[in-house]
Ligand binder design. Structure first.
Ligand SMILES: Cc1ncc(COP(=O)(O)O)c(C=O)c1O
Length: 450
């Protein structure tokens, strides 16, 4: 009876739904219906542990009544007014004030959006606009290999991950975007070894800026931990070093905290792991934990002052910039993250998981590397640990790994040859053990999945 309803829904899905980042017309044969905490339930009543927080956005977990009530209350009071032309509303003002309390010092001015791509696109426009009056040729944006910054044209041009290469099929992309090697020590682009490398990848930023000409580069953008590629965390010296380079060379530093923000890395914001303050910081995802689309961009005082002193308005905005319902959801979400000390829990649970992964998973024949920060954890599998080789055959098993996990009741994110763990920040040790206990036999069995 139930199965017939599920099959009918899936047929309507195939008939009418175009899925993002999926082969057109594909469905996975599961219809999610309810969720609570870290558990998802499908229309057949089967339960799955959400080991990825969906798209690494459900930081406070599913089904939190406090946020739902805040949203309903705001809808009853004021469902929408614009923040264009200096108009405002109570919820959006309070949201900006709350953000100013929890973001790193010096970041107290916010522009609101409906999500990550809009936030990053806004950051690029602010960076270019900031330089425009005095140095209009200062427009280039530098970003990292393996990065993901969004799918709109500007953000896709900064993205270098598979999606960036795929971006070519939507080309031409936006001019003025350049990529430099990332900080992934396991596959160092310079063939060096940490720490003897002395963080060559950061120095290469300085070299690139010098080569391109300081007066042509507006900003450098990076994720505190590279998320979409499969969770790659930098060596501790990286961010302080790129901060110094950007300051000395007059380049704006944009920290893309869309995924790493709001407790995910064990601090409220990823850059706080290294006490770095960026010039511009982009946020989304965990800002409302997926209860409603929302995002924000923070800028430093001097950028704010520069834009404020312009004779012309800042000609940028979305219909839903500063949406009151998104604002109300964000306030409640931030309150929960702070009150329940979810960043601390992410740090503790991340360390616990990494310890088990290093002890029990790294010795497995195909597990090449495990790394991460807080609850952004990545496991890289390779056919040959010495050569770190990955063949097309191995890249093709990611869906099999995911399907096997689903069978075992685990919603697992796999990208390329990397399995990632990024559960909601409310996770406890028993739940983390359950995830790892399901995952271990799957990763042990990798050679048989090819
Ligand atoms: C670091 C980063 N920036 C930007 C984005 C784009 O966000 P959205 O999908 O909300 O547009 C993402 C999405 O995964 C992201 O991880």
């Amino acid at each position: 009876m139930k199965r017939a309803k599920t099959d009918e829904l899936l047929q309507w899905d195939r008939d009418h739904l175009i899925h993002p980042m999926s082969p057109i017309g594909s469905t996975r044969g599961i219809v999610f219906d309810t969720a609570e905490g870290i558990i998802l339930r499908d229309t057949e009543g089967k339960e799955y542990i959400d080991s990825s927080s969906q798209l690494v956005n459900v930081n406070i977990g599913h089904g939190r009544k406090e946020v739902i009530e805040a949203i309903v209350e705001q809808l009853g009071k004021l469902q929408y007014t614009t923040t264009y032309w200096g108009f405002t509303n109570t919820a959006t003002i309070l949201c900006a004030k709350k953000l100013a309390e929890i973001t790193p010092p010096g970041l107290k001015h916010f522009f609101f959006t409906s999500g990550g791509s809009e936030s990053v696109e806004t950051a690029f426009k602010i960076a270019r606009n900031y330089w425009h009056a005095q140095k209009p040729e200062k427009h280039k944006i530098l970003s990292l290999y393996h990065s993901f910054h969004g799918v709109s044209f500007g953000t896709l041009s900064a993205t270098s991950l598979g999606m960036g290469r795929l971006g070519k099929s939507f080309g031409p992309l936006v001019p003025g975007f350049l990529h430099i090697p990332s900080y992934y020590c396991y596959r160092c682009a310079f063939g060096l070894e940490y720490p003897r490398c002395q963080i060559k990848c950061a120095d290469f930023l300085a070299e690139t800026i010098a080569n391109e000409g300081q007066d042509s580069v507006a900003a450098f953008i990076a994720e505190p931990v590279q998320g979409s590629v499969g969770m790659i965390s930098p060596p501790p010296e990286y961010w302080p070093k790129v901060r110094k380079i950007c300051s000395e060379m007059g380049i704006l530093l944009i920290a893309d905290e869309v995924m790493s923000g709001f407790g995910r890395t064990g601090k409220l914001f990823g850059v706080e792991n290294w006490e770095v303050i960026p010039d511009i910081m982009t946020m989304a995802k965990g800002i409302t934990s997926g209860y409603i689309p929302f995002g924000a961009v923070a800028i430093r005082e001097e950028i704010y002052q520069e834009l404020q002193n312009r004779p012309t308005p800042f000609f940028h905005g979305f219909t839903y910039s500063g949406h009151p319902v998104g604002s109300a959801a964000a306030i409640k979400d931030m309150e929960i993250i702070v009150k329940e000390k979810l960043a601390d829990n992410a740090a503790r649970m991340g360390q616990y998981a990494l310890h088990r992964l290093q002890e029990e998973f790294l010795p497995l024949p195909w597990v090449g590397a495990v790394n991460g920060l807080g609850l952004m954890i990545g496991i890289e599998y390779v056919e040959d640990k010495k050569t770190k080789a990955i063949s097309k055959k191995v890249l093709a098993i990611s869906q099999k790994i995911q399907d096997r996990a689903l069978q075992e009741g685990l919603f697992l994110r796999v990208f390329g040859n990397r399995v990632t763990l990024s559960p909601p920040l409310i996770i406890n040790k028993e739940q983390m053990d359950k995830i790892l206990d399901i995952l271990k036999p799957i990763l042990t069995d990798l050679p048989n999945l090819v």
